[in-house]
Design a protein. Structure first.
Ligand SMILES: [Zn+2]
Length: 307
């Protein structure tokens, strides 16, 4: 198993939580494997994903007592579900595909991120803003900025083919990033910490525009040169796009990287496609993969970024 920190301490007590993401009031547990070779001790991680709190106590030669606590997270692999295009549907609020997906995430007790499009907030009635607000209040769901108008490969006024964040000006891109941040904050009461470009189409202006948005700290499928925490594309769940394929996923799955980010489009999945996706999630759960939101992954990978 992987652990985030190697803790070496002199004297210690251990407590275990039930899951690697359950950081509240851990239950007292049996001491786990520790090798002591004074003045250091080496902790051996438990076999299954967990959060372990180590409390160390020591006494100096002059008699002064010292104490400290460290929490280490034990995991096999993190997985982020990057679910794109959370759109409004009149009379239904969102599509049947989204409803099925949200129900599934709740039933499996996993976590997901959802791409929010600014214009959809403007288009939606109050039920849409309420649904976003309610989901965001549940720690399983994190919304991220998926642009304002979601334009992908459309002609501009000069007839050039552009996307919202590719081939457009710095000012246009910054305005669109900020509009969605503001709509999410003002209409839904939520802060968006991550961004993913529609169609994953971006250019050098996007890097600059995001630099001017310090509240966005994470870029899903962004370029290496960005100053944000970039979570890169890994193996696909949908092969081809919009089509989850369990057999193809099994062939490509790699348990080695510390984390994987999977792009999906639950909005229009039918029963069959959804079934393929469910098999993939259940397979990953069998592998003891832990599903996290982008912000949670940031907390584990680069906690110093978080204000
Ligand atoms: Zn999209």
């Amino acid at each position: 198993m992987r652990i985030r920190l190697l803790i070496i301490m002199s004297l210690f007590f251990l407590q275990c939580a039930r899951s690697p993401l359950d950081s509240t009031a851990p239950d007292a547990g049996e001491p786990l494997s520790i090798d002591i070779e004074a003045p250091a001790a080496t902790f051996t991680a438990p076999e299954h994903p967990d959060t372990v709190t180590i409390r160390a106590q020591a006494r100096r030669e002059d008699g002064a007592a010292l104490a400290g606590t460290a929490t280490i997270v034990v995991y096999r692999q993190w997985a982020v579900l990057k679910a794109d295009d959370f759109r409004y549907v009149p009379s239904w609020t969102v599509s049947r595909g989204w409803r099925r997906y949200v129900d599934f995430v709740s039933r499996r007790e996993i976590r997901t991120s959802l791409g929010l499009i600014g214009k959809e907030i403007e288009r939606g009635d109050s039920s849409f803003a309420t649904m976003i607000r309610d989901l965001a209040a549940d720690h399983r769901y994190e919304f991220w900025n998926h642009g304002y108008d979601h334009a992908v490969s459309v002609p501009d006024s000069l007839g050039r083919i552009v996307s919202e964040f590719r081939g457009t000006s710095y000012e246009h891109q910054l305005d669109h990033l900020r509009r969605t941040q503001e709509l999410a904050r003002e209409e839904c009461g939520i802060a968006l910490c991550a961004f993913g470009a529609p169609g994953n189409a971006f250019d050098a202006n996007t890097v600059r525009a995001l630099d001017a948005c310090p509240d966005i700290r994470i870029w899903l499928f962004g370029p290496e040169e960005s100053g944000k925490l970039v979570l890169p594309r890994t193996i696909p769940i949908e092969q081809p796009i919009f089509n989850p394929d369990f057999a193809a996923f099994l062939t490509a799955y790699d348990p080695e990287p510390p984390f994987a980010v999977y792009q999906i489009h639950p909005k229009d999945w039918d029963e069959t496609r959804f079934g393929e996706f469910a098999r993939i999630v259940d397979f990953l759960l069998d592998q003891e993969v832990t599903f996290v939101t982008p912000s949670e992954l940031e907390r584990f990978l680069e906690p110093e970024r978080i204000p």
